[in-house]
Each structure stands twice: as structure tokens, then as C-alpha cells.
Design a protein around this ligand. Structure first.
Ligand SMILES: NC(=O)c1ccc[n+]([C@@H]2O[C@H](COP(=O)([O-])OP(=O)(O)OC[C@H]3O[C@@H](n4cnc5c(N)ncnc54)[C@H](O)[C@@H]3O)[C@@H](O)[C@H]2O)c1
Length: 339
């Protein structure tokens, strides 16, 4: 049996812990979370895992890997501890909210040679994966323009916004990763605008709630990301890929396939409620990929370098928004100082 530990028993840690515990070749041995919340105790009961301190996990030679799903400000330290004690790591995005720390931790983890994957679960989603594979097969012809919409059902509370690192680092990092994944070419320019259009509370906390980003690649192909902390039709995750021979699209996944037809029209079920429901299977598949990484060294779809690169794009977008200028990005751009 592969023995694992999960850090963080919050929203996403809960999902990951149940997924690994359900795997036939895994024993979830420890859950680490300093807060004795309902989730933590429920998880311990459901999985048989012990509630432990970080030191116990990193000092246990039988622990093969750790899942870092704790608050963002803990990721860097836990990644470095995993590298020092040679544990495989699955780490949620982002690596850190501070870019120099992202760069330093990425370099140290890579130098250590430990297996490490990042939590970009959209890469494991059946629809995003099928679209990626269709483009990669050549059937669609070259991808020329990518348009992505990313809208939350409703704005998060001010307390969340204050520690999130802002909308770009917290949320748009997923869209940046998907743009990189699909364009599969160095990004040349990043132009972003952002504003507070829907929530005064978010503005008071110093963040934005609405943004748009335009990316271009070295060969001139383009991607556009439109994101908002509110989706009038619910959780809204759509994508269109204009290719030379066909247009590929990912629509929202409905909560059910029921369609009600009446003289007034056609009523379909609303989209899945939020990311936990929409990406339920993708979260299972990324945990299976983490286990395959530990068992056979099978390369994951997203590693720590992908976390670094997506965050580099996010930092460029923040610089662009703040200066009103496009950022000439290229392969070596890094932010200088405070943004
Ligand atoms: N990939 C995704 O789809 C996705 C979705 C949600 C969150 N996330 C990321 O996952 C992380 C957790 O987000 P969340 O929404 O579950 O947050 P959350 O606040 O619901 O849970 C975080 C948990 O971490 C615990 N914690 C704090 N310090 C800790 C420590 N030192 N050791 C262990 N546990 C500690 C907290 O007590 C809390 O229970 C964030 O980095 C977030 O960006 C990713």
C-alpha cells in the first residue's frame, strides 16, 4: 500500500482526501490541519486517517507522498519540507503569492528531483482533455484564436478576498495554465485590464472582480480570457478554440440532462453549481495521476514548472493592468519588485 498524508481539511483538501482514501492501493495515513473543524474530524472518521502534526508526517519513512491542500501561505514551506525528506508531492495552486518565493521553491524542488505535480485539474477534465487531444492530433488544423470565459456563481466574502492574493493569482492562474496548455507555444505579449464592477466590498479589500486578458504567442496566435467573480447564469466555464479547419467548443456541464419543452420554450438544467461539482471527476483523475506518478514515475499533466509559468503570466497580467501597457513577455520576463 502507498501511504499518503493530506495537509488541509478545507474545501479542496476534503475532496482530495476522500479521493485518495478510496483508491485501492492507497492508505491515507495522516490528515494535518491545525484547526479542529468539522471537515477534519469527519475526514478522520471516514478515512481512518490519524490527525497528526507536520513533523510526524515528514519524519515517517513509510509516507511516500503528501498532498498539500492547505491555505496558500503554507505551500512553499511544505514543498521545501517534502523536498528535504524526499516525499512525492501534489500541491495545490498557487505555489506562493510572492513571486521570488515561487521561483526559489520551484528551483529547489526541481533540484531535489522529487516527483511533484501541481493542482491544475482542468487539464484532467474529460472535455478539456478531449479538446487538447483533438488539436494535438492535427484534425482541427492549427489553433489560431482561443476564447475562454471563467465566471464564479457569486462573489466571495471580503475575508476570502483579503488573503487570496487577488483574483489573478487566486483564480485566473487556472485560465493562464489552460491557455499555455492549449497554445503550446511561448507567450510573447500579455495585456490585461481589470476593474471592480460588481462588488464594492471587493474593491474596498483592494481587489478587482472583473478582468480581461489578451495573450499572443511568438507566432502571433491569440488567446482571450474573460473572467468575473459573478456569473448571472451560475458557474460559467466555457471555451472556444478557433482552428484552421474547425471550431471546437466546451459548453457548461448541466446539473442534469433533463430538458423541459413547453409552448413557452425549452428549459434545460442550470450549469453545475461550482468547481467542486463541475470538476468532480477531474479531481479524481488528478489524484489517480499522482498515484501513477508515485508508482511508476508516470509524468503528470502539470508539474511545478507549469505552476511557475502560469504564475509568471499572472504577474505579467497584474503589471499590465497596473501600468496600462502590454508586457513584452518572452521566456525570461519576471516581475521586478512590488506590483
Ligand atoms: N485546484 C482547485 O480547483 C482549487 C480549488 C480550491 C482551492 N484551491 C487551493 O487549495 C488551497 C486550499 O483552498 P481551500 O479553498 O480548500 O481553503 P480552505 O480555507 O477551505 O482550507 C484550507 C485549510 O488549510 C488549513 N491549514 C491552515 N494552515 C495549515 C497548516 N500549516 N497545515 C495544514 N493545514 C493548514 C486550514 O485550517 C483550512 O482547514 C488554496 O491554496 C487554494 O488556492 C484549489
Amino acid at each position: 500500500m502507498i501511504e499518503l498524508a493530506v495537509f488541509g481539511a478545507g474545501r479542496i483538501g476534503y475532496v482530495h482526501a476522500l479521493n485518495v482514501a478510496a483508491h485501492p492501493r492507497v492508505k491515507l495515513k495522516y490528515i494535518v490541519d491545525p484547526v479542529a473543524g468539522a471537515h477534519r474530524d469527519e475526514l478522520a472518521g471516514k478515512t481512518g486517517a490519524a490527525i497528526a502534526e507536520a513533523e510526524t508526517v515528514f519524519g515517517d519513512p513509510d509516507i511516500a507522498g503528501v498532498i498539500i491542500a492547505s491555505s496558500t501561505n503554507t505551500h512553499a514551506d511544505l514543498l521545501l519540507k517534502a523536498a528535504r525528506t524526499r516525499k512525492a508531492v501534489f500541491c495545490e495552486k498557487p505555489i506562493s503569492l510572492d513571486f521570488p518565493t515561487v521561483a526559489d521553491v520551484t528551483a529547489q524542488v526541481e533540484a531535489s528531483g522529487i516527483p511533484c505535480m501541481l493542482g491544475f485539474q482542468r487539464r484532467y477534465d474529460t472535455s478539456f482533455r478531449a479538446l487538447y487531444e483533438r488539436i494535438a492530433s492535427g484534425a482541427s488544423g492549427p489553433l489560431e484564436q482561443l476564447t475562454m470565459s471563467s465566471r464564479d456563481p457569486s462573489p466571495p466574502p471580503r475575508s476570502y478576498v483579503e488573503t487570496s492574493g487577488g483574483m489573478f493569482r487566486d483564480s485566473t492562474i487556472h485560465d493562464m495554465d489552460m491557455a499555455r496548455f492549449l497554445l503550446n507555444e511561448a507567450i510573447a505579449t500579455v495585456y490585461a485590464v481589470g476593474a471592480c464592477l460588481i462588488s464594492e466590498e471587493i474593491g474596498d479589500a483592494g481587489d478587482i472582480d472583473s478582468l480581461m486578458v489578451t495573450l499572443t504567442t511568438a507566432s502571433g496566435r491569440m488567446a482571450q480570457i474573460t473572467a468575473c467573480r459573478r456569473g448571472p447564469m451560475g458557474y460559467d466555464q466555457r471555451l472556444e478554440a478557433l482552428c484552421a479547419k474547425e471550431v471546437l467548443a466546451i459548453e457548461n456541464q448541466p446539473q442534469s440532462m433533463l430538458v423541459v419543452n413547453t409552448p413557452e420554450g425549452r428549459h434545460a438544467a442550470p450549469p453545475e453549481n461550482y468547481f467542486i461539482e463541475r470538476f468532480r471527476q477531474a479531481y479524481r483523475d488528478e489524484m489517480n495521476a499522482f498515484i501513477a506518478l508515485i508508482e511508476n514515475g508516470e509524468a503528470p499533466l502539470a508539474d511545478i514548472r507549469d505552476g511557475y509559468e502560469a504564475q509568471r503570466l499572472v504577474e505579467a497580467a497584474i503589471v499590465s493592468m497596473n501600468t496600462g501597457q502590454a508586457v513584452r513577455f518572452g521566456t525570461s520576463w519576471v516581475p521586478d519588485g512590488e506590483n
